[in-house]
Ligand binder design. Structure first.
Ligand SMILES: Cc1ncc(COP(=O)(O)O)c(C=O)c1O
Length: 396
């Protein structure tokens, strides 16, 4: 067991993070994409006490911890409401239903996203209508949205991919002109800001995921819908619990999309660290940018007016398979978000959008590669990854 060299960054107050690197054949370090074990080590006592509190109260589903988290996360996002749910997918689904999306409607979104964005549209009986990305940001290109609008269009879902805010001003303008609703997919963007505004508070509503690997992750599944719209919040509160307005008063056929008490308790603890963790992710990203500046690769651009929270630090490379293999040989874990755009997934062959329909998203999916970026990464780890990438991809 050996601690990484360089300044050790603290995940939580008074907790120096310990990493164990087993030296592999040919690899000086072993660097995971994300290190949730180190995070837990720093929070263990607090988390076990909170879980015990939930057990003692038997509030396993919703309950006081979830209610308190809803208030705290709404305050964090600057919204009137936060409705805690069982997943980000549930949040997208209820957000769309609350906006009146139903069978026969169309909802515009990006092909460069996790499948859940499109699935939520399909759950409503509606059709996803995809619009290509701006290659500079990997997010939906607002300039292409208007031509995709038809009389059936009901809503737009901009996705803040990798924690980088989508360009919301033009999206909102187009939505206002065409009487459309905007549901932010903020699953990857907790704490991000578009201009000075927190994501989650910009559209008519926003869907967050608390999947364990997210910037704010539960210890299981979780999600939330944030909104300033009382009607959307009221609908989602009833819909998550079988359409109940009061116990056993079922106003409509709803869902079981409630958050577990354990998840509320954990999210409350982790929310208190989110600022510090976000800063660490951003510092790592800034350092990667410096160290990789001459390499034969591309990176998405940050708008200096926004705050990107770097859920993923991605690069675009040629011969991605070889780059992944060579980085793995050097002990560096990488992954691909996402290898195929929505329209090229078998699940969405029914859209009838063949290869070549959204060339920018397709190119991004062919070349994108996520590098390790997690709170507590040391300077030495960052330099090790960057120097391996420089060596593998070569200079420009
Ligand atoms: C962009 C995006 N949207 C939606 C989701 C769905 O969230 P969940 O996994 O919590 O259902 C995810 C989760 O991976 C996501 O990354």
């Amino acid at each position: 067991m050996r601690r990484a060299g360089g300044p050790v960054r603290k995940l939580v107050d008074n907790f120096p993070v310990q990493y164990s690197f087993r030296v592999q054949k040919g690899a000086r370090m072993k660097i995971p994409l994300l290190d949730l074990k180190a995070e837990y080590a720093g929070l263990r006592d607090e988390i076990l006490q909170a879980l015990d509190r939930v057990c003692q109260s038997s509030a396993f589903v919703e309950g006081p911890e979830v209610a308190a988290f809803e208030q705290e996360f709404a305050d964090f996002c600057g919204t009137r409401h936060c409705v805690a749910l069982s997943s980000g997918t549930a949040a997208l689904h209820l957000g769309l239903l609350a906006m009146g999306v139903q069978s026969g409607c169309e909802v515009i979104t990006t092909p460069n996203t996790f499948l859940a964005t499109a699935e939520a549209i399909t759950y409503c009986g509606a059709t996803p209508v995809l619009v290509d990305i701006d290659p500079a940001t990997a997010n939906i290109d607002p300039k292409l949205i208007e031509r995709a609008i038809t009389p059936r269009t009901k809503a737009i879902i901009p996705v803040h991919l990798y924690g980088r805010p989508a360009d919301m001003d033009p999206v909102r303008e187009i939505a206002a002109q065409h009487h459309l609703k905007v549901l932010e997919d903020a699953a990857q963007a907790h704490a991000a800001r578009y201009r000075s505004q927190r994501v989650g508070s910009i559209g008519n509503a926003a869907a967050f995921s608390f999947y364990p690997s997210k910037n704010l992750g539960a210890y299981g599944e979780g999600g939330a819908l944030t909104t300033n719209d009382d009607a959307i919040a009221n609908y989602a509160r009833a819909a998550r619990s079988h359409g109940q307005s009061a116990r056993y008063d079922h106003e409509f056929v709803g869902f079981n999309y409630r958050m577990q008490g354990f998840q509320g308790a954990i999210l409350r603890i982790k929310l208190r660290h989110l600022h510090a963790w976000t800063e660490m992710r951003r510092e790592t990203a800034a350092r990667y940018r410096q160290l990789l500046s001459g390499a034969r690769l591309a990176m998405p651009k940050d708008d200096p007016r926004d705050v990107c929270v770097y859920h993923q630090f991605v690069i675009y490379v040629q011969n991605r398979g070889a780059v992944i293999a060579k980085l793995a040989e050097r002990g560096i874990e990488t992954t691909v978000h996402y290898p195929r755009p929505v329209h090229l997934q078998p699940a969405y062959s029914s859209l009838g959008d063949p290869a070549g329909t959204f060339p920018r998203a397709e190119r991004a999916c062919e070349q994108v590669l996520s590098l390790p970026n997690f709170p507590g990464m040391t300077a030495e780890q960052i330099e090790y990854v960057a120097s391996a990438v420089n060596e593998v991809v070569g200079k420009q």
